[in-house]
Design a protein around this ligand. Structure first.
Ligand SMILES: Nc1nc2c(c(=O)[nH]1)N[C@H]1C(S)=C(S)[C@@H](COP(=O)(O)O)O[C@H]1N2
Ligand SMILES: [Mo]
Length: 232
């Protein structure tokens, strides 16, 4: 199987050297070699990524250094914690819920940006309505099938109309490298909030710091001066 399988032409993986250079977190095992070690990658950290040819591509991240492979038929999304009716949803069940499409620039806090990315999925707020959120809940925690990355949002952030549980991206089903079959997409915030391989949504009274936040990224990741996502 080719290493590049599943990568769209809008995609370039990020090499360990490049990534550590730009993120400086020192703990991340990111990605496969070859295509990665391109000059364009090393320019990203300087913020030139968007100015040079090939700069506006996704860098594929995984904090574990590999991708959890989740078959669409085996996929489950658990909604747990302070809810009235805990649920476990299959991908088919998610896909029968009302869906929303978003188109927006995708922006990593390290400086790279992909213009006008198309997304489709279910509003997180619709899922929260299905399970019924307890009065004591103030925040939502998110877990990944990778077993390491975690995120959180306040309940009011989680209820924003452009925060979705996404199953389509870039014109097709979400590929494994991009976090498929299902990832979170938090349109108004930087990319690290858009947790890939989403496995669990948990309502809590007090959130614990997410993976990136524990490593120094801001808990509130609003993209400055961002345009609102177009919603349909
Ligand atoms: N599970 C998981 N989700 C993740 C990450 C990760 O390493 N693991 N990286 C985050 C960061 S920092 C960014 S910018 C985006 C990148 O999305 P992509 O890998 O599809 O390009 O995913 C976010 N979600
Ligand atoms: Mo990122």
């Amino acid at each position: 199987m080719s290493r590049d399988e599943g990568f769209s032409d809008q995609t370039v993986p990020v090499g360990r050297r490049v990534f550590l250079g730009i993120a400086g977190l020192g703990i991340l095992g990111v990605l496969f070699g070859s295509r990665v070690q391109r000059a364009v990658g090393s320019a990203v950290g300087t913020g030139l990524g968007g100015l040079i040819p090939g700069g506006d591509r996704f860098r594929i991240y995984s904090v574990t250094g590999s991708f959890p492979k989740v078959d669409p038929s085996a996929y489950r999304l658990k909604i747990t914690g302070l809810v009235n009716r805990p649920h476990t949803l299959t991908l088919d069940q998610l896909m029968t819920m009302p869906s929303v499409k978003l188109v927006k620039d995708f922006q990593c806090v390290t400086g790279w940006k992909v213009p006008q990315v198309h997304w489709e999925g279910v509003r997180l707020s619709d899922i929260l309505d299905v399970v019924g959120v307890s009065d004591r809940a103030t925040a939502v925690e998110f877990d990944s099938y990778d077993g390491v990355d975690t995120e959180s949002l306040t309940l009011s952030q989680a209820r924003l109309p452009d925060v979705i549980v996404a199953y389509r991206m870039l014109g097709g089903p979400i590929t494994t490298p991009h976090g498929g079959p299902v990832r979170l997409y938090v349109a108004p915030m930087y990319g690290y909030k858009s947790l890939k391989w989403l496995s669990e949504v948990r309502l809590v009274e007090k959130p614990t710091l997410g993976f990136w936040e524990a490593n120094g990224y801001p808990v509130d990741a609003w993209i400055n001066g961002s345009q609102n996502a177009s919603v349909s």
